[in-house]
Design a protein. Structure first.
Length: 365
């Protein structure tokens, strides 16, 4: 009997030990989750810094908006001396990929990928060939390139689907050298001139800032490879718009209408950017948009599909920024992105071992 009891006691003890080892008993000690952002490095050398500037989409501002009012903002960003500027546009390489799958990406191509037919005809190059040619040219880029070299690079960027980088080259040319030649045909000059007067944050802030700082290009970091609209795109749009019909949308509009109503002086432009980079923007954006979409009740789950695309898009945007930093350790990068993206990029990039997020608030004071 005692021997049986001993065996029984041993069996119970072994079971308890197994449960403890597996963490199955209530109150057992659990290992703390691994937090990548808590492990920063390197301990030696210059650290990578990223400042994420949330912006209104300037093309949506009323006619009272004066682009000249952005001068003080550009001055303050230039004083921070970023070594690279990333922008919310889709790269030529990704658009080339999207065009290979029109069944899924037809709507995305229409909205985010410019027509490259004129540039292809003028240069004779498709996106892969033009991209390779631009990279080869930049690999041996002189400290003082000629006007002809800048015009050639601008043409290559246009054919590669990088019109914003082409604009940087155009702005770096003296006015007298902004002309057509054998490599930059008149059709491409016309496209660059049209781009120069567009009213958006890339052409009015990022490109002039890059040109002033002596950069040769801008870095597209947007991503639309996660775009999907389910079995019925029209029903998808209807469902999302219905989700957006909520009280938080009205509160959000009230928060920003005042700062967008009349942006015609440097102080008003800075006030708008200060407002869009305050912490409460993230909460109202979630409540009015993605949080509402999560509760959208359609059978196909259009709202949850929308949030999937949104989160994936932001993750891939953050990955593109992280990838940008890799070849130049110790880089200081400025990211200019729609204000709803800012908190996501700050959070995702902060988890990277070799990224330090810089608060943009002091830059805007």
């Amino acid at each position: 009997m005692q021997q049986g009891m001993k065996r029984g006691s041993w069996g119970r003890g072994a079971l308890i030990g197994t449960l403890l080892a597996g963490g199955m008993l209530a109150g057992s000690v659990q290992a703390a989750p691994f937090v990548p952002g808590a492990h920063k490095g390197p301990k030696q050398g210059v650290q990578n810094e990223v400042a994420v500037l949330g912006t209104a989409h300037l093309s949506h501002l009323p006619a009272t908006f004066d682009p000249a009012s952005l001068g003080e903002l550009i001055d303050r960003l230039a004083a921070w001396k970023p070594q690279a500027i990333a922008i919310e546009t889709v790269s030529g390489q990704q658009c080339d990929m999207l065009r290979r799958y029109p069944g899924r990406y037809a709507l995305s191509i229409k909205d985010y990928c410019p027509d490259l037919s004129a540039a292809k005809e003028a240069t004779g190059l498709d996106v892969p060939a033009a991209t390779a040619a631009a990279e080869k040219l930049l690999s041996a880029w002189p400290a003082q390139p000629t006007a002809a070299q800048r015009r050639t690079l601008a043409a290559l960027f246009l054919a590669a689907g990088e019109p914003d980088s082409a604009l940087v080259q155009w702005l770096r040319l003296p006015e007298a050298d902004r002309v057509a030649d054998d490599n930059l045909k008149q059709t491409l000059v016309d496209a660059l001139e049209a781009s120069r007067v567009n009213r958006n944050e890339t052409t009015l802030v990022a490109a002039p800032l890059a040109a002033r700082l002596g950069h040769e290009r801008l870095w597209p970091m947007d991503d639309h490879s996660s775009d999907q609209f389910g079995p019925n795109p029209k029903a998808y749009v209807t469902a999302i718009r219905k989700a957006w019909d909520n009280p938080a949308v009205k509160r959000r509009s009230t928060m920003f209408d005042g700062v967008e109503a009349q942006v015609d002086t440097p102080e008003r432009a800075l006030a708008m950017y200060r407002r869009y980079n305050q912490p409460d923007v993230a909460d109202i954006a979630f409540e009015s948009d993605y949080g509402a979409a999560l509760e959208e009740p359609s059978a196909p789950g259009y709202g949850r599909m929308y949030v999937t695309s949104w989160e994936t898009r932001n993750l891939r945007m953050a990955a593109n920024v992280r990838d940008l930093l890799g070849p130049t350790p110790g880089m200081r990068a400025l990211v200019i992105v729609g204000a709803s993206h800012k908190a996501y990029l700050d959070a995702y990039l902060e988890q990277m071992h070799d990224v330090r997020i810089v608060d943009v608030t002091p830059l805007l004071k």
